[in-house]
Write a protein that binds this ligand. Sequence first.
Ligand SMILES: Nc1ncnc2c1ncn2[C@@H]1O[C@H](COP(=O)(O)OP(=O)(O)O)[C@@H](O)[C@H]1O
Ligand SMILES: [Mg+2]
Length: 429
Amino acid sequence: MARQGRRTIDVTPSARRLTESLRDIGYDFVSALADIVDNSISADASRVDILLEFDGADSRVVIADDGIGMSRRDLTEALRFGTRRDYKPDDLGRFGLGLKTASISQCRRLTVMSRMALVYKRVAGSTLDLRIVAERDRWSLVEPDPELRSRSMEWLADAPGTVVIWDVLDRVLPAKRSDGAWARRRLEQLAVRAREHLGMVFHRYIEGVSLDVPLVITINGEKVLPWNPFAPEEQDSLILSEQQYEVSSDGVGGVVRAKSCVLPARGQFSSHDEFERLGGPRKWNRQQGFYIYRADRMIQSGGWSGIRAADEHTKLARIALDFDTDLDSLFRINVSKMRASLPSEIRSLIERQVNEVCHAADRRYRGTNSLGHSAETLGAEPRSRTSEPGRLGAGLIAAAMEVGEYEALDRIGKTLRRRSPELADQLGW
Ligand SMILES: Nc1ncnc2c1ncn2[C@@H]1O[C@H](COP(=O)(O)OP(=O)(O)O)[C@@H](O)[C@H]1O
Ligand SMILES: [Mg+2]
């Protein structure tokens, strides 16, 4: 070892300064909550109850799960910035930071109570209070407040699990305005947004696609419903193609799966309400594009990642992109898991698939918007009227896309239209 024998100096970071700056690494309320729920999923929870309790300056957020829980030692380690541990493949955790950074992005005091033992009601608890960290300028934990401890027993009395409590919510309810109607309304609004966000990012878990047992999440007692951007229940949702892209760089390699989908146009949805609902949190236009999933947990919801611009005509186009945690470095996933960037290797490979799905979405959109004229339609007659030949036409288009021959079929369609317009009509081309 070349460096052996040289003098080293350890420079411990200032706890006061670092915790303050770590509060601003980019979480918002709902993404912070999602990061706490990630931990519950990693701990095999089947149920996560979230409460946003309004009580003026004493308001708090409680996130309780029925996962495997932690021993006292695990809990102390869990509260270390940069938890020391190994990760299983597909573990939703990554940096050993989420619990702390997500929490302090919203509050000044984080309390965690956890029970691991099945039989004994032994509960470990610890608190990270930024006011104490600042006062002592040390990475210190303290005993939890007795009231919070007894509160947590509501969840931990019968079985293992973990309760995370955020209070001194300075970022959620600024001190000057933490009382009164405004603050109460704000918490209510955040509960609504949280329901929407968690239903979206964890939809595969709630639907039970990713776990043996579907995950139940409640917010203020109300179940979070899954929001699946591909509307699998809608008969006219078209899965166009599924491609796999192999990527490797810097010694990491793996496969990214991409599934293109054209959603039904407005008139093809089973109901107007469903059409509105599928618009999603940012509405149709901005929800087109990539849905990037890391180990089944959604990281990006819509947007073309710079490959093209959002356009009203292509708003029915969505692509699910799936990668596993071994590709984390390629996707440059950040701590708050609010962003992943599309690796440049994939960018050029996927462009063709993007153009195809947008082309198909454009045709479907125009088809149903050209007032009864269905020449450019892609299986676009209203649901109740979609005929057998219409389904055949849509099926042929999907198959052509899957083998990368959409443009050829498009030429065939135009020729067919010239030679036998009724046939083309029937096929919905
Ligand atoms: N709800 C929970 N149940 C059990 N263990 C947990 C829970 N939340 C956090 N932990 C433990 O705390 C550790 C640190 O969590 P976190 O700071 O989010 O980092 P990461 O999830 O990246 O490991 C986790 O690795 C896990 O061991
Ligand atoms: Mg985590």
